[in-house]
Design a protein around this ligand. Structure first.
Ligand code: SF4
Ligand code: SF4
Length: 162
């Protein structure tokens, strides 16, 4: 894909989450918007070739957008739009919307995910986003890498629970 095609793809992905959020109500009231309380050293993971007007930092070969806890809603990176879910890809290329266990310490929805009624439309959109991303080889590799990280974190969390 060239730059224009990536740009078009991210616009399409952003549109999926323009109005549809994880819950029917604003989940930010549950936690005082905990996932938006980052600083200059933490940030939201950017997907391959995703552009942003926010400050970008690099850690371990990955790019992160950092903000001061406020942004224009239409400027949110994809990670902010899909949090606390991620489009995981299995070895057969199937895409699933999985809860992002890496957000356990930030997000009450992750900690209580077994008891929360997430909007099916939101979960469908996360899956759809994954299917669109997976068409691009670089994004597919990225989805697989992050899926692996989430699976490892979930396994660790399960061990700690037992
Ligand atoms: S931390 Fe979780 S519950 Fe709080 S605003 Fe972010 S996604 Fe919603
Ligand atoms: S970019 Fe916006 S939505 Fe994302 S963490 Fe920052 S303030 Fe929150």
């Amino acid at each position: 894909m060239n730059d224009t095609e990536y740009k078009r793809m991210y616009h399409r992905l952003y549109r999926l989450f323009r109005r549809v959020t994880p819950l029917k109500k604003d989940c930010g009231v549950l936690c005082s918007r905990a996932c938006c309380q980052g600083d200059d050293r933490t940030g939201m993971l950017l997907f391959p070739h995703e552009e942003t007007d926010l400050q970008v930092i690099e850690k371990n070969g990955l790019r992160y957008a950092v903000c001061q806890g406020v942004c224009r809603r239409e400027d949110r990176p994809l990670s902010c739009r899909i949090f606390p879910f991620f489009p995981a890809v299995d070895e057969n290329g199937r895409v699933y919307a999985v809860i992002d266990e890496r957000g356990r310490f930030v997000c009450p929805l992750v900690r209580q995910c077994d008891h929360v009624k997430f909007r099916p439309a939101f979960l469908r959109r996360v899956k759809k986003a994954g299917s669109l991303l997976a068409k691009d080889q670089e994004c597919l590799v990225f989805l697989r890498t992050i899926s692996g990280e989430i699976a490892e974190t979930s396994a660790l969390a399960d061990q700690l629970k037992n």
